[in-house]
Design a protein around this ligand. Structure first.
Ligand code: HEM
Length: 282
């Protein structure tokens, strides 16, 4: 987000030197975090593979089981059809599933298809889970690509205050990337929670059994209140945030910690000898 805002200022020729520096600081942090995100995402996928196989099957819109010891295709795009228990159409990458899950061509464990379970024991809305996973991981790889491009631009010296404003497409891509992290977070949450259904605690407690006994009207009231309060907060943040951004930073302000004047006028302490009688000082 901060990277996108910095890019917006530079593209609009405002405070280029200041925001070129801010973009470089964001970039340094993002270079460390972006590959880590993909690695942690991969570890999460391994956990899902071993402990929540119905979620993995839904993430991959996989209806049929791929046995161990064989390569399996990875689905790039598909149109899942839950009533027909198949995908209406699908684009797959041959033999890629083993590489994605285990970094090797053949699976060491089977990847179970959704048909292995009764419909009541597997998640619904397979399409939502499947595309949420692709949106999240797609954003992860897009951001990694943007980091590589940014590193290249940095090494070529194109991120200097004099040159950065000329990199129009580079800056536009950073602006485009500003909300992507939030979209990936929401998609990840959908994968995790919708993908876990019909369980609250996988294989142990069903969501139907864990559901609150509160009347639906009470839940609707608190949900509506939350929705209203958070909508007000969201709109206020957009309003005040955009006002602050349009106004721009005040570069006249002293750098915090480097001001010459102390915040409160003070004088050095003076020594006052104790003049009370010796007995009273005991
Ligand atoms: C290649 C990149 C990525 C892969 C392979 C990946 C993989 C996964 C998987 C498998 C899950 C489900 C975990 C579970 O249900 O136990 C998950 C959840 C999640 N992911 Fe990703 N992810 C990637 C990128 C991202 C990015 C870029 C973000 C955010 C900027 C993100 C944020 C999340 C969040 C917030 C969750 C939910 C965590 C929770 O509810 O505790 N992921 N991810």
């Amino acid at each position: 987000m901060i990277g996108g805002i910095s890019a917006w200022y530079i593209l609009n020729n405002r405070h280029e030197a200041f925001f070129a520096r801010s973009l470089r600081i964001v970039l340094a942090a993002a270079i460390a975090v972006t590959p880590l995100q993909i690695y942690i995402g991969h570890l999460s996928a391994e956990q899902v593979y071993h402990y929540q196989p119905t979620k993995l099957a839904a993430m991959e819109a996989k209806w049929e089981t791929s046995p161990a010891g064989q390569p399996a295709d990875w689905s790039l795009l598909a149109l899942p059809d839950e009533s027909g228990e198949k995908n209406k159409w699908e684009i797959t990458i041959p033999n890629a599933l083993g590489y994605i899950l285990e970094f090797k061509p053949k699976l060491s464990e089977p990847v179970l298809g959704l048909k292995e379970w009764q419909p009541s024991d597997r998640p619904r809305m397979v399409g939502l889970i499947y595309y949420s996973f692709r949106i999240m991981s797609g954003i992860g790889f897009f951001l990694a690509g943007l980091m590589l491009w940014s590193i290249l631009q940095w090494l070529l010296g194109n991120l200097s205050p004099e040159k950065i404003a000329q990199q129009k497409w580079f800056l536009r891509t950073w602006i485009f990337a500003a909300p992507l992290g939030y979209i990936a977070v929401e998609s990840g949450w959908i994968v995790r929670c919708v993908g876990r259904q019909p369980w609250t605690l996988y294989g142990q407690i069903r969501t139907a059994d864990a559901a609150s006994q509160l009347p639906a009207s009470n839940v609707l009231t608190s949900l509506t209140l939350f929705a209203v309060v958070y909508s007000i907060l969201f709109v206020s943040t957009l309003y005040f945030g955009s006002r602050i951004i349009r106004h721009g930073p005040n570069l006249e302000l002293p750098v915090p910690g480097l001001e010459n004047q102390p915040a409160i006028e003070t004088e050095p302490a003076t020594f006052v000898p104790n003049q009370r009688p010796v007995e009273a000082q005991q």
